[in-house]
Design a protein around this ligand. Structure first.
Ligand code: M7G
Length: 207
């Protein structure tokens, strides 16, 4: 018996660059797509833990059909919450990444799954830190409804509601990351990241 997940998910891996000519697209590899709890554990037990990955590797766990890239149509208006663990030697990154993946596939990062904001989760292995992030589809904008002031359709959304959905995901994500209140996670839009050429773009919001 398989226990179905609410959504289908794809695991991606970014290989560390081997030579000079490597670009982002040569390095990003689709690993596997699954849609049950049992398959998730099968995948988890067969890939290297984050703590054993080489520097400049990433894992990306995204909704099937969404590439873990700024350019994807479902990401290009979005952004991410992220946190950098600079105490690489003492943080249990394998356990935290497992918790983050379980929150993603268990769809516990957003209160109302109708919002469909969570696109995926990412872990980056870098020289000075591990960075864990959650990508959202929008940067908390309003979404037009049917124009008849309906709420029942669940499609329309005010700017206030858009922002609140995002802040709620941030607060929940911070809990999953087991961060104390004085630590902050930061939100940045992908457009800014793309322009800055890196994720070290200016943060718009903090939780
Ligand atoms: P990073 O891994 O987000 O942060 O981006 P880092 O600077 O801490 O390593 C590293 C580099 O990977 C960027 O400067 C881009 O060259 C490339 N890169 C990362 N992402 C997520 C993308 C993406 O979505 N699209 C493209 N085209 N390049 C990306």
């Amino acid at each position: 018996v398989k226990h179905p997940l609410q959504s289908k998910w794809t695991l991606w891996f970014t290989k560390p660059p081997s030579g000079k000519g490597d670009n982002w697209n040569d390095l990003l590899k689709e690993v596997i797509t699954f849609d049950s709890v049992e398959e998730f554990w099968g995948v988890y037990n067969n890939v290297a833990p984050v703590s054993e990955l080489a520097l400049k590797s990433d894992y990306h766990l995204f909704k099937a059909g969404v590439r873990p890239e700024w350019e994807d149509p479902q990401n290009k208006h979005g952004g991410k919450w992220s946190y950098q663990y600079k105490n690489k030697g003492s943080v249990d990154v394998d356990r935290l990444w497992l918790q983050v993946m379980m929150a993603a596939i268990g769809e516990t990062l957003e209160k109302d799954e109708e919002d469909g904001e969570v696109m995926g989760v990412v872990v980056n292995v870098r020289k000075a830190f591990y960075r864990i992030g959650v990508w959202t589809r929008t940067i908390g904008k309003s979404i037009p409804g049917r124009g008849d002031g309906d709420v029942a359709g669940g499609k329309g959304r005010s700017p206030e509601k858009g922002k609140e959905v995002l802040m709620s995901i941030g607060r929940r994500f911070k809990e999953v990351l087991e961060l104390p209140p004085q630590e902050q996670i930061e939100y940045s839009g992908h457009t800014d990241s793309a322009h800055a050429g890196s994720t070290r773009a200016k943060a718009k919001m903090v939780v």
